[in-house]
Every structure is written in C-alpha cells, then in structure tokens.
Ligand binder design. Structure first.
Ligand SMILES: *[C@@H]1O[C@H](CO)[C@@H](O)[C@H](O)[C@H]1NC(C)=O
Ligand SMILES: *[C@@H]1O[C@H](CO)[C@@H](O)[C@H](O)[C@H]1NC(C)=O
Ligand SMILES: *[C@@H]1O[C@H](CO)[C@@H](O)[C@H](O)[C@H]1NC(C)=O
Ligand SMILES: *[C@@H]1O[C@H](CO)[C@@H](O)[C@H](O)[C@H]1NC(C)=O
Length: 517
C-alpha cells in the first residue's frame, strides 16, 4: 500500500539521518579555573558586589570557552564554586544566588533575560554558550522560596542549593542538578532525594554530579549503571589527599572502574592543594593537568567516543575478586604490622626483596602482590597494605583498599603518609584482592603526582598489572573499593549501617507478624 510504503521510506530516511548526524566522537573540554575569591566570606556583601565578583570570574571563563570553541570543542565543563569560591555562611552566600527554573520551561536566558526575575548570571552564561555554539556547564547557586511553616524550610525562607546548570549550543537551559552529598558546606541544603539528571545530545547521553558525590552510590553509580549515560560531567573543588585521593588519581580510576567517560574540572588554588583536572575515558586517561607551581588556570581538550560502550576500545567487565579468591594465598608474612593512613588502621607488610609474592589481610580482605622492582639509591621502602572498614573521622563510607605504596621515610611508621616523589621503578606488578564489592577503582600514581596512561591495565580476573615495560618511579598502585551497602546512614557514629537497618526492619516486621498471629 502506498501509505505504508511511504511510512516505511520515511522511517528508513529518519534512520539514515539519525545514523549520519549521531557523531561517533566529539571534542570535550574542561577548564581548571584559578577562582577570584571575595575578600571576606564571613561578612555579607551587597548583590552588586556579588555580581561584580562573579562577572570577573565569568570574564576569565569566557576566554576559556572562546578558546575551546575555536578549537572545535562541543562541550566544556567549568569547576564547582568557580564564580565565588567557598567557606560561606547561609547568609553571606545569599547575594550570589539566583532562582534557577526547571529546564522543562524551555528557556534561553540570553534571548529572554527577564522571564524569571533577577538572573543576570544565568543570562550571561547562556549567551556564552549561544555566541560560541558550545554546550557549557557552570556551577552556580540556586535559591528556592519555601513556606517557613514547613518543618524543613530554613529560617530565611529559602532552600539554597549548590547547583550545576548546562546550556546547549543555542543557549537553552537543558539541565539543572542540585548537589546531594555536601562536604562541609553549611551555606547549602541537600535536596530531599538524590536527583538523576541526564540530557541527550548528538554526541551521546550525559549525566551530572558534583565533587564529593563521586564517593557515593547515588546519584553517581545509578547514572552509569541504570541510566547508561555515556559521559559524566563533573565539576569539583577537590583538595588533594595523598596517597589515595588526589584528584587526577581518583577521578581517572573512577572512570575506569565504572567504564564511562568523565570530564573533571577542578578549581586551581594551590594554597589548599586544589589542582588536578582531566578528561578520562573508560580504558585510559586522555589528558590531565596537575600543577602546584603556578597560579594559572588551564584549558584541556580531548577527543572521546560519543558512545564508549559501542567503541572498539571499550574494556571488558571485570570480576574484581576472581583471581584473588581462586589462588592459594602467598604465605602471609610474619612481619605484618599495623599502620595508619590518616585515621584508617591498615595492615602493612614490607617489600624486603627486589622481587616476590606477598599477601596481607585485614579482616576478610586479603591483598596479593607479585612484583619485581629496580631499586635506585636512596633505599626507598615500599609496603603492601590492606584496609576494610568505615573510613576516617566521619565513619560514613565503607572502604576496601589494597595498596602498594612508597613510605615517606625508611622508618615504617611513616607508611601511608603523603609523599610526592620516588625513584623506584617496577617492571612487574600485579595487585589483586578478595573484594566483596563490584565497585573497585584502579589507581596508579607516579612520582611528582602523575598518571601512567598506557602503562597498566586491569585483567578480567581483577588483577591490576604493569604493561609495556619498565614503569616510571611509583608512588602507589592501588585498588580502591567502595562497598556502598555497608555505608553508615548517619554521618556520625558509624554503628548504624544499611545491613543493621535491614535487620531492625526485619525484626520489627517479625514482631508485628507475631502479634497478628
Ligand atoms: C597539602 O598537601 C601536603 C602534602 O600532601 C600537606 O602536608 C598539607 O597539609 C596540605 N595542605 C592543606 C591545606 O591541606
Ligand atoms: C612468584 O610466584 C610465581 C608463580 O606464582 C613464581 O613464578 C615466581 O617465581 C614467584 N616469585 C618469587 C620472587 O618468589
Ligand atoms: C593483620 O595481620 C595479622 C597478621 O596476618 C593478623 O593476625 C591480624 O588479624 C590482621 N589484622 C586485622 C585487623 O585483620
Ligand atoms: C620511627 O619513628 C617513630 C615515631 O616517630 C620513632 O618512635 C622511632 O624511634 C623511629 N624508629 C627509628 C628506627 O628511627
């Protein structure tokens, strides 16, 4: 029939267009921004002063956005807190905030700047996207009036959110995300539930979260695992913490562990160890920047697959404990000793020989290492360490960590303390552990805080191994696991975790059932 064949040809035509216009690769940009901060963050300023400062920061971002677009980038991520810095009270952040509408309103602030009241920051950001025909992610503050009779409504009558906005290449607001896992930010409120924010483009499906969110299951893991996004946009104001949690080290490892593209834009503020941005693909870091020497910002660009899952480079799924649980453990060392990495109590064992096979266990986590090293002068001490438990002072996140690291000095009481340089190279390392979680992030950090793209890989059985010959001198090789279901629900205490909560609910239900009977 004419109509049906017509419909069929329309469908074929649409498919062809879809095929042609959906891009296989795209160019991504991130900008590490040396933020201009207010002189004082403890005393309130006027809205005009707040705007003056934000516009000075946007002037700098504008140049980065223009440069990125000129070099063909389709999307750029700018950092968290990039317009005004951090360390505010609820009152002193207020003049910096604007009411940001839901993207469903289909708004191009650049063309219609007065539609939602006083929104000059949103209008300017939208114009930057539109004038340069590039997607722009910026982090700004949102305020939402609430009824002060409502119990969770703050006394000033506003919820205040740490917020990411994305404008498309026409300047339209296409995404708004309120940060869920706040990190010492009394000026902001967390939304009631984690928001799962995604948007589709001709170059893949994108998801968004912010800074500390990356350490938790929601929304970060859900965006990748359930919503199958291709690329995560990740603005951050990340303070580097050696040996396991420097920005480039952990963010690149998360991209590999989750097998997703990650565009990480950090603040540049060396006085507080904030530096380290990058563009990370599932198989390897593409480009990264770490600079403790200058006070300059930095633009990074790289080409990425739009749909990494369909790309030839997509890595196979890893069974993180397959190797470690099937081998006969190496003899557990007699000279295992207790050590501390910040507040976490590790079990360590020293790499005495130049080559060997070692195991060290901490509770039910056993870590295995095979290695061969080329020691240089300086007698550096390396240890293999294991830790499983609730981490740090907050005791909120449950960690499972296997790590081989250089100790700060030859005195083993310094193992786990920050150290930035090393001389010892390895031509063999193979690290594995009996992880009880599927979420493990493989880290390799070299001397002077550099990544090691192309020089290591993760095998399907969970071994993190050296490849392509002798390594550069190594600070740490680690498997950083997060066992989210054992996280503590309350930020203090650490006694109540999800499993005990389930137990309580089960007991409660049983009592009810018994009463009914
Ligand atoms: C920055 O890092 C160094 C070494 O890693 C540490 O000693 C110092 O305390 C850190 N500074 C801040 C402000 O956290
Ligand atoms: C480590 O174990 C492997 C096999 O598991 C063996 O071939 C190698 O010789 C061992 N290395 C050392 C130094 O003991
Ligand atoms: C640390 O290792 C020693 C020696 O293998 C072991 O006896 C001890 O139980 C370990 N500590 C923990 C907390 O598992
Ligand atoms: C190692 O450091 C600890 C703590 O600072 C100290 O008590 C100990 O004497 C040192 N050991 C050696 C061999 O220097």
């Amino acid at each position: 029939m004419i109509t049906s064949s017509f419909q069929a040809s329309v469908a074929v035509c649409a498919l062809v267009i879809l095929h042609v216009s959906a891009l296989d690769t795209f160019i991504a940009a991130v900008y590490e921004h040396a933020v201009l901060r207010p002189k004082a963050t403890e005393t309130p300023v006027s809205r005009d002063d707040a705007l003056l400062l934000m516009n000075k920061n946007i002037d700098i971002l504008e140049r980065a956005i223009q440069q990125a677009a000129a070099q063909g980038a389709q999307i750029i991520v700018t950092p968290e807190d990039a317009l005004y810095g951090w360390k505010f009270t609820r009152e002193t952040i207020f003049p910096y905030l604007e009411d940001i509408p839901d993207p469903q309103v289909a708004w191009i602030p650049c063309q219609d700047p007065h539609r939602f009241g006083d929104t000059p920051v949103q209008a300017r950001l939208s114009c930057l996207a539109k004038d340069n025909s590039i997607y722009v992610l910026a982090n700004i503050g949102d305020k939402k009036p609430c009824n002060s009779h409502y119990s969770t409504c703050p006394p000033n009558g506003y919820y205040q959110y740490n917020t990411n906005v994305v404008y498309d290449a026409k300047g339209q607001l296409v995404a708004r995300y309120h940060k869920y896992n706040l990190f010492s930010e009394p000026q902001f409120d967390a939304p009631e539930k984690p928001e799962l924010v995604t948007f589709d483009t001709a170059f893949g499906k994108f998801g968004i979260f912010t800074c500390f969110d990356i350490l938790f299951h929601d929304p970060a893991v859900t965006l990748v695992k359930d919503l199958q996004v291709d690329t995560i946009l990740f603005p951050t104001a990340w303070m580097n913490v050696l040996p396991l949690l420097t920005a480039i080290e952990f963010h690149s490892a998360w991209a590999m562990g989750m097998r997703v593209n990650l565009l990480a834009a950090n603040i540049h503020y060396v006085q507080q160890n904030m530096t380290g941005s990058g563009i990370y693909a599932p198989d390897s870091p593409k480009v990264f920047h770490y600079d403790m020497k200058t006070n300059e910002g930095k633009l990074l660009l790289s080409e990425l697959y739009s749909h990494p899952r369909k790309s030839p480079a997509y890595p196979a799924a890893v069974d993180w404990s397959a190797y470690a649980t099937t081998i006969k453990p190496f003899p557990v060392q007699k000279n295992t000793f207790r050590g501390f990495m910040s507040r976490d109590e590790f079990n360590f064992t020293e790499l005495f020989e130049n080559a060997g096979n070692l195991s060290v266990c901490h509770k039910d986590l056993c870590c295995h290492l095979s290695y061969r090293m080329l020691r240089q002068e300086g007698n550096e001490v390396y240890v293999l360490g294991a830790f499983t438990g609730l981490h740090g002072r907050r005791r909120r996140e449950y960690w499972q960590v296997c790590t081989m690291l250089k100790c700060k000095t030859t005195n083993v009481t310094t193992c786990g303390q920050p150290v930035e340089t090393a001389l010892t190279r390895f031509d063999v390392f193979s690290l594995s552990g009996t992880f009880r979680t599927k979420y493990v992030f493989p880290e390799v950090l070299l001397t002077k805080v550099k990544l090691s793209p192309g020089k290591f890989e993760v095998l399907k059985d969970g071994r993190l191994v050296n490849k392509n010959g002798l390594s550069e001198p190594i600070l740490t090789v680690s498997l950083f696991g997060r066992w989210y279901t054992k996280d503590s629900l309350s930020s203090s205490g650490g006694i109540r975790n999800l499993e005990t909560t389930n137990l309580l609910i089960a007991t409660f239900l049983m009592i009810i059932v018994l009463q009914i009977l």
